[in-house]
Write a protein that binds this ligand. Structure first.
Ligand code: MG
Length: 169
């Protein structure tokens, strides 16, 4: 238990992200293109869910944050964010970590995510090296209030649990 408390075998990480929305023709969430009347303002593809997960993985592994690994100067317009998460997982794997589960919340008023949740979970599970049931995605609206409620922003939060076995030391 002492070793467990020291974070030797399990680590939790937390990440958040937010992108401004403007009128457009769709957005990316979890690596899936979702048609809607808005698009994110972003240097990359503006995938807030992937970006939150990148920070969660980096955080759990003690590897800093997404801005340190992917400064804006190194990101091209519309760039697919999925390789960023794959990169974070590779860095974690180099330290012996693998993901045990991820739980995510997307704050979005502009489109109902219900029909898209399974595809988003499948997309994320593939990158995280997990089964679909180990990746949970929850969708929240803001009851018309504030930037989320007025569809001026999309936000996401994610927690990821990383684990490693005693044989990985
Ligand atoms: Mg972002």
């Amino acid at each position: 238990m002492t070793e467990m408390a020291a974070g030797k075998f399990i680590r939790v990480g937390f990440g958040t992200d937010l992108h401004r929305l403007v009128p457009g023709n769709g957005l990316r969430l979890g690596g899936i293109s979702i048609p809607c009347a808005f698009s994110p303002v972003a240097v990359s593809d503006g995938d807030a869910l992937i970006h939150a997960l990148v920070d969660a993985v980096l955080g759990a592994a003690g590897l800093g944050d997404i801005g340190e690994h992917f400064p804006e100067s190194a990101v091209s317009p519309g760039q697919d964010s999925r390789p960023m998460l794959a990169y974070a997982m590779r860095l974690a794997a180099e330290k012996g970590w693998s993901a045990a589960n991820a739980d995510c919340v997307v704050d979005l008023e502009a489109v109902k995510l219900g029909p898209w949740k399974t595809r988003i979970r499948e997309s994320l599970a593939g990158i995280l090296g997990l089964a679909v049931e180990q990746v949970n995605v929850k969708a929240k609206t803001a009851e018309g209030l504030g930037p989320i409620g007025e569809s001026r922003a999309v936000a996401a939060q994610a927690v990821v649990l990383l684990v490693r076995g005693r044989g990985d030391e």
